[in-house]
Design a binder for this molecule. Sequence first.
Ligand SMILES: Nc1ncnc2c1ncn2[C@@H]1O[C@H](COP(=O)(O)OP(=O)(O)OP(=O)(O)O)[C@@H](O)[C@H]1O
Ligand SMILES: [Mg+2]
Length: 293
Amino acid sequence: MKSELELRGVQQRFHARDVPGGYLTAVDDVSFKLAAAPPQIVSLVGQSGSGKSTIARNVLGLQKPTAGTVLYGGKDIFKLNRAEYDEYRRDVQPVFQDPYAIFNPFYRVDRALWKAVKKFDLASTRAAGLELIEESLRAVRLEPENVLGRYPHQLSGGQRQRIMLARVHMLRPSFIIADEPVSMLDAQVRKHFLDILLDFQREHGMTTLFITHDLSTVYYLGGEVMVITKGQLVERGPVSTVMHQPTHPYTKLLLDSIPQPDPDQRWTTRITPDELDHLDTPTEATQPETPIL
Ligand SMILES: Nc1ncnc2c1ncn2[C@@H]1O[C@H](COP(=O)(O)OP(=O)(O)OP(=O)(O)O)[C@@H](O)[C@H]1O
Ligand SMILES: [Mg+2]
């Protein structure tokens, strides 16, 4: 199932009454490729409202771009035949910010894993299915007896997020599209999560598009980074190069805005509204419509 994901000239406009012209361009002529082999981690970094989640939704087929194409294995994802679409749905897996929102609170978390086993026909017997679920939970450093049989609210945010990763582990996709997956986790749990993504890359050959506004996670993951501002990609390259020799003024601004943890080196400069305009937080309606598991 090794393949390639490509955005070619993707544009996403939304109707917006308060904007001159009546629409805003959330994604503006964005093109990039993600290769399944060799597996890579590519971070997409940019401020709030820059179009990151919209790109994730385009890539996942949740939102059809107003112009341009999203290609999987060289084919437009909105024109795949049934068999190709099924393969794409398995091979490109989402991980979202708030795992609580995608679990059905009335069902034990086991159900999300069993649904994956059934939907993708991963095991022929119940015993084999359970074995697979337990193996995947251990792969994300969860003890099956500590999580199976529990309801979503009985788990921590970090545990819920790792159950989503266990689901990914079972499906072995070529691509993970992770939209701010660690934003709600504390530093230690966050590191744990990032380490699992790195394991997935090394051990199972998965490529991740990692969406974040947090440059410290980009540093930690390494690999490549793409910088987006106002719907446009302005820079792409290895993390160390982009971080140490940024070429675009926006990347420099982004780097300058990281608070220094050194108490002798206080963060004194203020970012003016002119520098970072429209820092609006998207409303709930702009968040990806995630399937309830
Ligand atoms: N369905 C929609 N209808 C109207 N406007 C939208 C819709 N989805 C997104 N937008 C707008 O498009 C722009 C980009 O939003 P997007 O959610 O992609 O940003 P983001 O980079 O993910 O931000 P954040 O870091 O806050 O998650 C924003 O101005 C947002 O308000
Ligand atoms: Mg977002």
